[in-house]
Design a protein. Structure first.
Length: 243
């Protein structure tokens, strides 16, 4: 009898699971898109993309989205559409059991704002162009002056500054002179940092870092007109004249 009851239990269980799976599959087929919710994951760091604009753009491009069966939606197409925005780095679309379509967006992180003859734009560490925004301005290094079309040397310097917490906080601008000499403009201190041609930049920045840390008292930063790092193994500091 006990063996019979055990066998009956397994038979019932084996019959129960297909019914449940069929019910779940049927429920999934009947589930429709009830809402579209967009979240910008890194909205505290940058605000190039507004969640409301992404949502409205989706609903405009896919007018039948709301009310459509979730099984009929191509999530890859939705992700590809949102990813067309040049400020967006990645997109993930998924749905909840209640029928809500979730769109999670991550933005490109700018490290440099370029003021070029053809206009102004941001660059991320990989050199991707990010358009400026009417409602947000990123607090990043600025590049201006006689910029060439090849921005890689400027971007290389920006990457080095970005990687150093002190220099990132201290440096405000890269200015390129007509002879292609690079000049750094600090936030604190009324002086210019002359880097010369964009060669041996890592060595020049290391020397600058050491000068700030060990050679100059912060109270003296305003007493200098230039800090010249053009020449190898030399740091030339020029004081302001007092009349």
């Amino acid at each position: 009898m006990r063996k019979f009851l055990g066998l009956l239990k397994w038979v019932l269980l084996l019959g129960y699971f297909p019914v449940i799976l069929a019910f779940v599959a049927s429920s999934r087929r009947s589930l429709v898109c009830s809402e579209v919710r967009v979240a910008v994951r890194d909205s505290l760091e940058a605000r190039f993309v507004k969640a409301d604009n992404v949502r409205l753009g989706l609903l405009k491009s896919f007018p039948d989205l709301l009310g459509a069966p979730l099984t009929s939606l191509n999530f890859e197409d939705l992700e590809a559409h949102v990813a067309q925005h040049s400020a967006i780095r990645s997109v993930e679309v998924f749905n909840s059991a209640s029928g809500v379509l979730h769109v999670e967006v991550t933005q490109h992180a700018p490290i440099l704002r370029v003021f070029a003859p053809e206009g102004t734009f941001y660059l991320d560490a990989e050199g991707r162009h990010i358009p400026v925004s009417d409602h947000f301005s990123a607090r990043v290094l600025v590049a201006s002056g006689a910029l060439s079309k090849d921005l890689e040397p400027v971007l290389q310097l920006a990457r080095m500054v970005e990687a150093d917490d002190f220099l990132k906080a201290q440096m405000e601008q890269i200015y390129v002179r007509r002879n292609n000499d690079f000049v750094l403009v600090p936030r604190v201190g009324d002086h210019l940092i002359l880097l010369g041609q964009p060669i041996d930049l890592a060595l020049k920045l290391r020397n600058l870092r050491l000068l700030y840390a060990e050679g100059l008292n912060p109270r003296e930063w305003n007493e200098y007109k230039t800090i010249n790092l053009k020449y190898k193994n030399q740091i030339l500091c020029s004081r302001r004249r007092e009349w």
